[in-house]
Design a protein around this ligand. Structure first.
Ligand SMILES: Nc1ncnc2c1ncn2[C@@H]1O[C@H](COP(=O)(O)OP(=O)(O)OP(=O)(O)O)[C@@H](O)[C@H]1O
Ligand SMILES: Cc1cn([C@H]2C[C@H](O)[C@@H](COP(=O)(O)O)O2)c(=O)[nH]c1=O
Length: 215
């Protein structure tokens, strides 16, 4: 069982993972965290292969000429990573509920903002990447997310999409795409607003507990 958070940069996804795992365990579920960039999975071969891909995705310096490879390169590299990670999580079902800080959808919302690939083409290219059993979109105003973050990277400011280098403006576009994906795919949307991370986790734990009980 895979449960994933989505949301713009600074939505609180990484913070929410351990808070949700703790609450699920308290409610009697077997649950563990899986951080997107650290693919701790079995067997060792799968972990080695995915770790090598994670290094190519997130280990490159922030000032790298990412655009020189074109958006399609990043779509297929992300697809290779998430398809393998999804399969490895499905194979290890005995671990119970696996909670991850992000799936491929934030990347989708980002890459279509570049303007060279359309949403339908990107979704078509990702058709073979199985989605999580439940996606929870943590929805937040980009200004609130900006105030939370100590620093932002060039990618988070959308410098691939425009020369403006503007975190709030870029994340507003990414947020709109994520909300439309949520409606289309039936994700749960949790508005984080000015609530604390603990309050957000309480609401998510209640909805996940209901989801697990109904299955
Ligand atoms: N509900 C909340 N209220 C206030 N601050 C929060 C809340 N949730 C998270 N934060 C803080 O906001 C910052 C960003 O949170 P976090 O790293 O969890 O976001 P993220 O969605 O994982 O971001 P990214 O995609 O950029 O990695 C952190 O400093 C975190 O402590
Ligand atoms: C074209 C394009 C590529 N990326 C790359 C950069 C990162 O390696 C990954 C995604 O990173 P994230 O922090 O998980 O979102 O893909 C990108 O992020 N945006 C792009 O437009």
């Amino acid at each position: 069982m895979l449960i994933a958070f989505e949301g713009i940069d600074g939505a609180g996804k990484t913070t929410a993972v351990p808070l949700l795992v703790t609450r699920l365990v308290e409610k009697g579920h077997k649950a563990r965290a899986l951080l997107k960039r650290s693919p701790v999975v079995e067997p060792a071969f799968a972990e080695e292969q995915l770790t090598a891909l994670a290094e190519r995705l997130w280990g490159v310096p922030h000032d790298s000429r990412i655009a020189s490879l074109g958006s399609a390169h990043w779509v297929y590299l992300n697809a290779a990573y998430f398809a393998g990670l999804r399969q490895a999580v499905a194979t290890g079902e005995e671990h119970g509920v696996v909670v991850t800080d992000s799936w491929i959808n934030k990347f989708v919302a980002r890459v279509v903002t570049n303007g060279d690939l359309g949403l339908e083409d990107v979704l078509g290219a990702l058709r073979l990447v199985r989605q999580p059993d439940l996606v929870v979109l943590l929805d937040v105003e980009p200004r609130t997310a900006s105030a939370r973050k100590e620093s932002t990277t060039v990618l988070e400011r959308g410098s691939l999409a425009s020369a403006e280098d503007d975190f709030v403006g870029y994340q507003a576009v990414v947020r709109t795409t994520l909300l439309s994906l949520a409606e289309r795919a039936g994700w749960r949307v949790v508005a984080t607003g000015e609530r604390t991370a603990e309050e957000v986790a309480d609401e998510v734990a209640a909805l996940v507990d209901g989801f697990l009980t109904d299955r």
